[in-house]
Design a binder for this molecule. Structure first.
Ligand SMILES: Cc1cc2nc3c(=O)[nH]c(=O)nc-3n(C[C@H](O)[C@H](O)[C@H](O)COP(=O)(O)O)c2cc1C
Length: 211
């Protein structure tokens, strides 16, 4: 495909994606759901630590219960699936986990492995628990955006959401709220209404500066 055509498709997909407030009863085929999950899994992460986990809620009752914890936002209960991005803050505090990730990344060279591991460990040790938590939670946003972009290319709608009762939702999902915390929630499905609100964005000239 010609790059011009791909460029057009990219912009179309970015315009198609919007914060969808209500979904239809149509369900995402499993084959396409797998693609969305891959897009989330393949997202970048700081030092390649991959400390984001994905919970995909398909169960209708659970979606209804979750909607109540999300200030009754209809996109949750009507979604085909609800993706919950969970930061595994506990994982990166375990030596065994860092060891596994770093060894994988650094390859077989012991010196290279030891140096890289020390660097990662120093970084983790140098920040407070709350900074470590904030940093971990941010990782989920990249994964979520990757999944939403992939969805838009497939004509699947989404809505990024921070509007949820964090502590209660974590409890509902069996997360301890300390070592495992919710980064962001994203329902996916197909828009209930064919009319999409206009895209409101600042002008490119105000957004970008080339230096
Ligand atoms: C981190 C984050 C949290 C958001 N939380 C909510 C939410 O709880 N409910 C909602 O309807 N939209 C939520 N939004 C969607 C934004 O309101 C929306 O992206 C913005 O108004 C721009 O509109 P658009 O995405 O339709 O282009 C959130 C967006 C982001 C990035």
């Amino acid at each position: 495909m010609h790059n011009q055509q791909i460029s057009k498709q990219i912009i179309e997909a970015m315009n198609f994606r919007h914060a969808c407030k209500e979904f239809s009863s149509q369900r995402i085929p499993d084959s396409e759901l797998q693609v969305l999950i891959e897009a989330a899994r393949l997202a970048p992460s700081s030092y390649g630590l991959e400390h984001i986990r994905l919970l995909v809620i398909k169960d209708e009752n659970k979606k209804q219960e979750l909607q109540k914890l999300c200030y009754n936002q209809k996109q949750v209960g009507t979604a085909s699936v609800v993706a919950v991005f969970v930061a595994d803050i506990g994982a990166i505090q375990c030596d065994g986990y860092i060891d596994h990730i770093v060894r994988r990344k650094a390859g077989k060279d012991e010196a290279q492995y030891a140096a890289y591991k020390q660097m990662v460990q120093n970084r983790i040790n140098s920040v407070s628990k709350s900074e470590l938590t904030e940093w971990s939670l941010k990782q989920g946003f990249l994964s979520a955006q990757s999944m939403m972009d992939a969805a838009a290319f497939l004509g699947i709608d989404s809505c990024p959401m921070e509007g949820f009762e964090k502590a209660n939702t974590e409890k509902f999902l069996g997360l301890d709220g300390v070592n495992k915390q919710i980064s962001i929630i994203v329902p996916f499905g197909y828009r209930a209404s064919n009319t999409q609100p206009p895209k409101l964005r600042m002008d490119t000239k105000d957004f970008v500066e080339f230096i």
